[in-house]
Design a protein around this ligand. Structure first.
Ligand code: HEC
Length: 206
């Protein structure tokens, strides 16, 4: 089985390849704002596809075998879905948490921390999660612009079986989670609360 670090390094490789192909494309064509605009729309669609696929897969696993069975979906399927989308679209897709369960994949970097803070503020003033997104374009080198995109992930009632209070998590699930994630911080969330974000990054041509 692929380890998550391995998957992440594959995602990074895919991103690197994406960068190279965009740069070489840029030397042949004139990518104007139109090109970057379509990259923006594609990025949004990738974020939405990730959220949709995750939620469907999780719901099916929960219905089939309850939360104990669904832990595997969150542990293995979620990064797999992310890697498939990353490879297919030559971007980097993954999830982060406001308090991460997975210390290798789920911890936000600086711009992601900023995105999460904006999400908290907007949710607190009543904006709906699907209306909220974070977009930033940052210069990453002499030739590259990085598009940074994030979309909030808000806790739903079914998530409390694994991210809720200790009373909401069954002893078997607790036991399994503490074995797999000894540094787990992702509990005590309430429905409606910001749990994290789907992140998509990609290189843009100038
Ligand atoms: C069956 C247990 C289970 C359920 C139910 C569950 N999760 Fe998780 N969640 C996990 C596990 C396990 C991980 C760690 C995955 C990994 O290893 O990357 C995780 C990780 C995450 C992460 C990535 C950030 C981090 O903390 O590492 C987010 C975001 C997340 N879950 C959101 C949700 C949301 C939203 C729901 C409900 C729609 C949900 N989860 C339901 C078990 C669960």
């Amino acid at each position: 089985m692929l380890s998550q670090k391995h998957i992440r390094s594959n995602i990074l490789n895919a991103t690197l390849l994406a960068g190279l192909s965009l740069v070489s494309f840029a030397s042949h064509a004139q990518p104007g704002p139109g090109r970057n605009e379509s990259a923006m729309q594609e990025t949004r669609d990738i974020g939405a596809a990730m959220l949709k696929e995750l939620s469907q897969t999780l719901q099916a696993a929960m219905a089939e075998g309850g939360p104990l069975n669904a832990i595997g979906v969150c542990k293995n399927k979620a990064p797999e879905i992310a890697m498939n989308l990353s490879m297919k679209h030559q971007v980097q897709v993954y999830r982060i948490g406001t308090r991460a369960r997975n210390p290798d994949m789920g911890v936000p970097n600086d711009w992601q921390t900023q995105a999460l803070a904006q999400f908290e503020t907007r949710l607190a003033r009543g904006d709906k999660p699907y209306d909220i997104e974070f977009v930033q374009v940052s210069k990453t080198g002499a030739y590259d612009l990085e598009l940074r995109y994030a979309k909030p992930i808000v806790l739903q009632p079914m998530c409390t079986a694994c991210h809720g209070t200790p009373e909401q998590i069954s002893p078997e699930v607790k036991d399994q989670l503490s074995k797999l994630y000894p540094k787990d911080k992702a509990i005590n969330y309430k429905p409606g609360e910001l749990r994290g974000a789907v992140v998509v990054t990609r290189l843009l041509a100038h």
